[in-house]
Design a protein around this ligand. Structure first.
Ligand code: PAF
Length: 264
């Protein structure tokens, strides 16, 4: 497996399958890497903890980082290369990095966009930069970050001339046996908080009973609820019974913010 750090030597990797990550790889990433490896193209995993998607006071400094372990995982899953750029490569001092206009799904639904107002601007900037640098053929993103997935799809669709060979493919959410969605931030959940964290996946299973039922369960587990909603699965605006719907939850458990979603 090749380890790529030089942004000026990436041309041979254009058109590859690509799994962008912030490292701290877990079974959800493993599954995305396997999907990428199963394509007819070789797969590159990118590992970059993107400072622009963290607000001051969020966990950028303490975000879990373990490059050696991540490289072992990428290698074991069959990635042909890992791209681990430095912050200065992604954001050079001359400031010459494109900030793409935000798609409507990044600032209309008042979900993650309301609670982390800096987040999608940071995600779109880094993802566009990675697309520019690697010109991937197919890129894989997890459904666990459902709004992010819709934002990235909209970004790719609205700049098809810039990334003509790119398609965006979703990977399903991988869960622990007890139902907790895999996340790099699960390391913050203490054993004695686990039952309360499970209220999130349990609440999603109540989505067909309505938003009130989801919220009640979360509140009874003493979670601080940002939102527990049923929305149009693509626009994330009000649900329409004739279109696919998605239930989405964000809630905080003693300082750890967790998100999850499910089909309704
Ligand atoms: O989902 C993530 O890990 C990140 O938001 C992403 C898409 C790699 C951009 O930094």
């Amino acid at each position: 497996m090749q380890i790529l750090t030089d942004i000026d030597s990436l041309e041979p990797y254009y058109g590859w399958s690509c799994v962008p990550t912030m490292g701290a790889l877990h079974d959800g990433h493993r599954s995305l890497i396997r999907q990428a490896v199963a394509t007819e193209r070789p797969a590159v995993v990118t590992i970059f903890v993107n400072p622009k998607q963290f607000a001051p006071g969020e966990d950028y400094a303490t975000y879990p980082r373990n490059l050696d372990r991540d490289l072992d995982i990428a290698r074991a899953e069959g990635a042909a290369a890992v791209f681990t750029p430095a912050v200065d490569d992604i954001y050079p001092d001359n400031g010459d990095v494109w900030d793409p206009p935000l798609p409507a799904v990044a600032n209309g639904p008042l979900l993650e966009d309301a609670y982390r107002p800096h987040f999608f601007a940071g995600v779109c900037t880094v993802v566009a930069r990675l697309f520019d640098l690697l010109q991937p053929g197919e890129c894989f993103f997890g459904e666990k970050d459902w709004q992010q997935l819709q934002v990235i799809r909209a970004l790719a669709n609205s700049h098809a001339e810039r990334w003509p060979h790119l398609s965006v493919t979703a990977g399903q959410t991988i869960r622990e046996p007890d139902g907790l969605a895999m996340s790099s931030r699960n390391v913050y959940i203490a054993d004695d908080q686990r039952d309360r964290a499970l209220a999130i996946s349990q609440a999603l299973s109540l989505a067909d009973q309505g938003e009130k039922a989801m919220r009640q369960l979360l509140v009874s587990a003493n979670l601080d609820v940002d939102y527990a909603v049923v929305r149009d699965a693509e626009t994330l605006l009000d649900a329409d019974e004739h279109r696919p719907q998605r239930a989405l939850i964000a809630a905080t458990l003693d300082g750890t913010r967790l998100i999850d979603n499910a089909v309704v």
